[in-house]
Structures are given as structure tokens and as C-alpha cells.
Design a protein around this ligand. Sequence first.
Ligand SMILES: Cc1ncc(COP(=O)(O)O)c(C=O)c1O
Length: 382
Amino acid sequence: MQDIYLDNAATTYPKPEAVYAAMDRFAREKGGNPGRSGHRRSLQAGREVLRAREAVARLLGVKDPSRVAFTKNATEALNVVIQGVLARGGHAVITSLEHNSVWRPLEAMARREGISYTVVACSREGVLDVSALEEALRPETRLVACTHASNVTGGLMPLGDIAALAERHGIPLLVDAAQTAGRLALAPESEGIQYLAFTGHKELFGPQGTGGLCIAPGCEIEPLLYGGTGSRSESEVQPDFLPDRYESGTLNAWGLAGLRAGVEFVLERGVEEVRRHEEELTGLLLEGLARLPGITVYGPREWERRIGIVSFNLNGFTSSELASRLDEAYGICVRSGLHCSPLAHRTIGTLQNGTVRASFSCMNTAEDVDHLLQALGEIASQ
Ligand SMILES: Cc1ncc(COP(=O)(O)O)c(C=O)c1O
């Protein structure tokens, strides 16, 4: 049976060969704990982590690499900011396309600590009206948080307008770039973004268990975790300098060696080329789906407003039935259900059934799209 992977929005597969090789090399040849001991293996491990930090900073447009703090995923990075900024109470504004990694920490803080937050409704097509976001701001609003691109619709948010609005009101902006880091050019500091959360295992092609947070100058907040950093060990208080302030405990250095190789793969290929390739595949898929009977596609159609994530349903099937059929009968991996974003499904009217989601990386080919369309055509005609 064919083996086609179209679930890259969940995690990219396969990774570039260099990623597997870098992790293997780190584990066999370096092996020390970064920043902990003075011997050569520890120093080599520290250098690997620094290389990873420098590569990520270059790709994500962060001038000072020490302003990239590594976490185990985007969820942890989002929690650092949400729990840090709202530690003394206040109000936050988010959109109705957010992932549970933004919604749940806010809801937990609302229940536990009495903070409040407003969810600004996007249209059924997933479009945010920025003036509605402005209306939701209050004197006690401490944070605006929004996803850069929806992991359900693939729709891009009007980030420039949101950043300008947040700046006008003097409110820090947290961007969830889980789906866009590696897919789009970013420059958080010059774009007025104070906090940018990313994950390593999606379009940066690193392994699972890697991710991080880019923090603009002057935006230091309380850490989420306290503990050993290998620095200032004599002190009972957490170091106040970056990245150590946000990196308690031994880092996933094997994973960061792989992340470095993944980021270098993207840098070599170029984000523009990644985007051009995804545009081609997404165009083919959207055109093909439009020709099939009984298919509903969600999210914006124009490429300028989206990324390579396409959600759809087929009449007569639940999303999980269709995804299982594609996997079992055709060897095609796609994701079904709510994709950890019930808010987005409520917005586009698919909360009951969810959607089937096909998502590309630059490892996919036009043949992968053909196979998916052929399989869907057969299923639709049965
Ligand atoms: C938009 C968005 N935010 C956050 C996350 C969480 O990422 P991670 O699982 O790496 O924490 C995801 C993952 O699917 C996502 O798509």
C-alpha cells in the first residue's frame, strides 16, 4: 500500500536526513549536559545548544539569540507568557481561532485566580475584524494573544493590524507561531510582537519535545519554572538574564541538535521557496476538492490569506470515518476531529463533526495531492 503523510500540521514527517544524523551524532559523540560541567563533553553540548539558538534566531528574525528561550513545545512557551503576564491578575483578549494551548491556560487562570478574558468572534470564514478586537480592550487588559495562522482553517490573521492596535494601546502582544515558524518570514521585534511562541517539531523539522519563546527587549516576566540553570548556582533566586531565566532544568540537547539541523534545512531552502511549494500543493488540492461532489472546504481560498493547511468534510461521513478510510484503504495519513481547537470549530460551524485536515510540508509532492484526490473521488462515488 502507498504511504502518504499529510498530517504535517500535527508534526512534520519525514524529517530531513540531517536531523536524524545530528541527533544520533549528539547522542553518541557529545553526550554531556549543556552548561552544567566544565569538561569537554559538557562544553561541546553547550556549543550545540548555542548553535541551535543562533539558527532559530536567524530564521525567526531575532537579533539577539539569547532572547530565544527553549521550551519543550509551543504550549509551554504560551503558558510562560500567559501565566507570567497575568500573574497579578488582569484581562486578556484572544480570538475565536485559538488553540487549546492558549484557551485552556486562560480558562484555568480565570477559575483559579479570577483573571478574565474576552474571546473575539471571527466570521464563519475565520476572518477577524480588528475593530472588534479593539472594542474588547479594557483599561485592565494586560495581554492580546492570537494565533498567526489557524491550525484548523489554515487562515492567516491580520498580524500587522493587530500589532499596530496593541502598540497603540500599549498592550503586549503574544503570537502563537506554532503553524507559521518555518513557513513564513518573521521578524517579531520589528513587527511589534513582544512574545512569539514556536514549536520545533512542525515546520522547523526538529523532533518532538523542542520549541521556544522569543522575548522582545524589556519584556521580561516571571518564569513558569524555577530551578537549576547551571548559572549563578550560589543564589537562591532565579537568574535575571536570558535565556537562563526561562530555561530551568536540563535542556533537551539531543532534540536541539536535531532542531538546529531542521532549521538549517529551512534556511538553506529558504522560507520563500517553502511557501511557493506549499502554494502549488494547496492550489492543486483546493482545485481538485472543488471538482468533487459532496465536499465542503473551510477557510479562505486566496493564497495570500492562508498557509498549506486545508480542512474539509465529505457528505455522509464523519470526519473520523473519512480519515480512517483514507488511512486503512489508501495509506494516507490525515487528521480528523477538532485538532485541539474547539473554538475554531465553533467559529466555522463544525463543532459536532470536526473536519478532515490535510496539511503539507516541503517534503510533499504533487503526486501526494493526486493520490488524496483520487482516493476521495473513489470514496465519494461509492
Ligand atoms: C496553532 C497551534 N498552537 C499551539 C500548538 C501546540 O503546539 P505543541 O504541541 O508543540 O505544544 C499547536 C499544535 O498543533 C498549534 O497548531
